[in-house]
Design a protein around this ligand. Structure first.
Ligand SMILES: [Zn+2]
Length: 105
C-alpha cells in the first residue's frame, strides 16, 4: 500500500500558478457551473453536476487565495456576506415536499 501524497503541482497551485479557479474568474458559465451572483467579492455558481440540487460554490474574485483564512477581515466579511445571500435565496426556492410559493388555479 502506497502512502497518499499531495499532487506534484501542489505548491504551484497554492501560489496560484495554474489555478483553475483563477483561470475561470469572471466567466458567466464554466464547465462546472452557471454564475448566479456576480458580486463585488465573490461570484457564486450553481453547479451543473452536484450531490444535490441547489449546490452552489462561491469563488473569490479579486486575486488568488488558497484558503479563506488568507483574506483580510473586510474581504472575508464581504465574501461570506455575498455567498450567504445566495445560500439564503436558494433555501427560499421550492424543494420536493415543500409547498410552492404560488397558488395554481
Ligand atoms: Zn486561484
Amino acid at each position: 500500500m502506497s502512502a497518499r501524497t499531495w499532487r506534484a503541482d501542489w505548491d504551484a497551485l497554492m501560489r496560484g500558478d495554474g489555478c483553475p479557479m483563477c483561470a475561470s474568474r469572471g466567466a458567466a458559465e464554466t464547465e462546472h457551473g452557471i454564475r448566479v451572483l456576480e458580486g463585488s467579492f465573490a461570484d457564486v455558481y450553481l453547479q451543473k453536476r452536484a450531490p444535490q440540487r441547489g449546490y452552489a460554490i462561491g469563488i473569490w474574485k479579486r486575486s488568488h487565495v488558497a484558503e479563506p483564512t488568507d483574506l483580510s477581515r473586510e474581504d472575508r466579511d464581504g465574501y461570506f456576506t455575498e455567498v450567504f445571500a445566495v445560500g439564503a435565496a436558494l433555501r427560499r426556492l421550492p424543494a420536493p415536499g415543500r409547498p410552492l410559493p404560488i397558488e395554481l388555479t
